[in-house]
Design a protein around this ligand. Structure first.
Ligand code: NAP
Length: 250
């Protein structure tokens, strides 16, 4: 069994790489930071003795994504599970105050990047009439919060793409799911606040958030269900969070 996990150099993707390795999968791991992927490869191969293939590319660049898959051997193209995880948020300014560059980066990564990878993987799944695509959505796909308009729009788009994929791939027996977490303590907030550790730490203060491993556990469960069972969308938050607006902080 082969799983392809995008954005495996950190956070939820990295935790998924561990979980899927534990479950006996060989892995294709992607991200821009090749050194982080190489560290992960050594750790996983030493611990689980599975095969790990690294594809380092910027998911925003269609030509880079295409080149990575063109060079992939036929054996590695038989992907059973695709975890479309790579993504990010940038900034918390009001819609008129945020930078267009940040907006483009979120749209190009979270929506277009997911499409580039999916388009590279789906043809083989269709030929084999099997496969499972798991898209990382968010509670940001369910409600829009102040200063999050564009990030929330990209995750609403992920929900729409998940529904569209499920319809279009139905007759091929390909499962399509989305996983929608609330706050998860990863590099996410550090990236959102452009390296400002104080602002990032503030997000997770006063309550126990989800950890990357919690989300990986749920993704692993969704991927483990029998062929005739599909989770369409699974929303999970830490116990202290009710939705995008209500979090109980001590
Ligand atoms: P993270 O720790 O910052 O990890 C993000 C991953 O995405 C990294 O591996 C990063 O790799 C990759 N990535 C970002 N931009 C990329 C690009 N242009 N090209 C290739 N890879 C790129 O964040 P995370 O929390 O694990 O987020 C994973 C997913 O969960 C995202 O889709 C996010 O929207 C979603 N999510 C997160 C939360 C949360 O609270 N953390 C909640 C709901 C949903 P490189 O930097 O090496 O490229």
């Amino acid at each position: 069994m082969i799983a392809l996990i995008t954005g495996a150099s950190a956070g939820i993707g990295k935790a998924c790489a561990y979980k899927f390795s534990e479950n006996g999968y060989d892995l294709i791991v992607t991200g821009r930071r090749e050194s982080k992927l190489k560290e992960l490869q050594s750790e996983l191969e030493a611990k689980f003795k599975n095969k790990i293939k690294i594809l380092a590319f910027d998911i925003q660049e269609e030509s880079q994504v295409k080149a990575a898959f063109t060079n992939l051997s036929a054996e590695w193209m038989n992907i059973d599970v695709l975890v479309n995880n790579a993504g990010l948020a940038l900034g918390r300014e009001g819609i008129d105050m945020g930078s267009m560059e940040d907006y483009n980066t979120m749209i190009d990564t979270n929506i277009k990047g997911l499409l580039y990878v999916s388009k590279a993987v789906i043809p083989n799944m269709k030929t084999r009439k099997a496969g499972h695509i798991i898209n990382l959505s968010s509670t940001a796909a369910k409600e829009v919060y102040p200063g999050g308009g564009v990030y929330c729009a990209t995750k609403h788009a992920v929900d729409a793409l998940t529904k569209g994929m499920r319809i279009d791939l139905l007759s091929y027996g390909i499962k399509v799911s989305s996983i929608s977490p609330g706050m998860v303590d990863t590099e996410f907030s550090k990236v959102r606040f452009k390296g400002n550790e104080t602002l990032a730490a503030e997000v997770y203060k006063g309550f126990t958030p989800l950890y990357a491993e919690d989300v990986a556990e749920v993704i692993s469960y969704v991927a483990s269900l029998p062929k005739h069972v599909n989770v369409n969308d699974l929303v999970l938050t830490c116990t202290a969070q009710a939705n995008s607006f209500f979090t109980h902080k001590e």
